[in-house]
Design a binder for this molecule. Structure first.
Ligand code: NAD
Ligand code: ZN
Length: 248
């Protein structure tokens, strides 16, 4: 893979670097993407499970899916893409990671300044938003003894602490993501670029004059207008970029 000079030059020590990641960054860790092979659970499409309506209809079914995903992810480990991103987050003072991933692998790799657009598989909240419960809290239990697991405050069902289709993103997090899109180098890695508003951050970055870089073995709706297109896995591309900037 040849890395363009302008990319390596742009990655200078005081550069404002923002990396947006999607499910593809965790693919090499063995976490299935939604739209790729192995992503389907019992032949149900995620769009039919990851919604408030699906949860209202059948909380047990939705929790069976999340419990399965939590078990899968618990057995996975961060891959070299997570590791390079974590190293950058410690080395570049103006680095931000925006992730659509809910698996927690960036955090497990030791990444600083993580903005989680879609919440976390490892967070839960009270479905009834009872007064005694905080909005979200971490719960690492795998597997749960009973599904749906009960809220420790009111005994009614807990919900996964993720943002479902049709739900609004946390406004503060979204604002931080938009702020982070005002940068010098913007990477979009392992995302199909079809889920908004994450996919729109690239346009914001471009309007701010950022050098835009896409890392994805397959073309996406974003590929055509990108400055630097690296058509390979994230676990390969980040390692090669890291090697190239370490050598200069
Ligand atoms: P997606 O499944 O729609 O797209 C994944 C993209 O990754 C595809 O474009 C694919 O070509 C690419 N890809 C596959 N292998 C790759 C590799 N080794 N390196 C780089 N790219 C690779 O995922 P999305 O765009 O993140 O959007 C789907 C939604 O699903 C998100 O909201 C996310 O929260 C959720 N999701 C999260 C996880 C996770 O946390 N790991 C897994 C599945 C889905
Ligand atoms: Zn409650």
């Amino acid at each position: 893979m040849t890395l363009p000079d302008r990319l390596l030059r742009a990655l200078c020590p005081d550069a404002r670097i923002t990396v947006l990641t999607g499910a593809g960054v965790s693919a090499a860790s063995g976490v299935p993407t939604f739209r790729g092979p192995g992503g389907l659970w019992r032949n149900v499409r995620p769009e039919e499970l990851a919604t408030p309506a699906a949860f209202a209809r059948d909380p047990r079914l939705v929790w069976e899916w999340y419990d399965w995903r939590r078990q899968k992810v618990a057995a996975c480990h961060p891959n070299p893409a997570h590791d390079v991103i974590a190293a950058w987050s410690r080395r570049f003072p103006r680095f931000t990671l925006v992730t659509q991933n809910v698996d927690g692998l960036h955090e497990r790799a030791g990444t600083r300044h993580v903005l989680r657009m879609h919440g976390s598989l490892w967070d839960v909240g009270c479905w009834n938003a009872c007064r005694a419960a905080p909005r979200r809290w971490r719960d690492d239990t795998v597997p749960f003894a009973a599904l749906p697991p009960p809220c420790p405050h009111c005994g009614r069902p807990l919900r996964p602490g993720v943002v479902w289709f049709g739900e609004a993103l946390d406004e503060d997090i979204l604002q931080h993501c938009l702020d982070a899109a005002d940068c010098d180098v913007f990477f979009t890695a392992g995302t199909s670029s079809v889920v908004y508003p994450a996919a729109g951050l690239l346009d914001v970055a471009r309007r701010h004059g950022a050098l835009t870089v896409e890392i994805n073995p397959d073309d996406t709706p974003s590929s055509a207008g990108i400055d630097v297109r690296l058509a390979t896995g994230a676990e390969i591309a980040f390692v090669e970029i890291e090697r190239a900037i370490a050598q200069r």
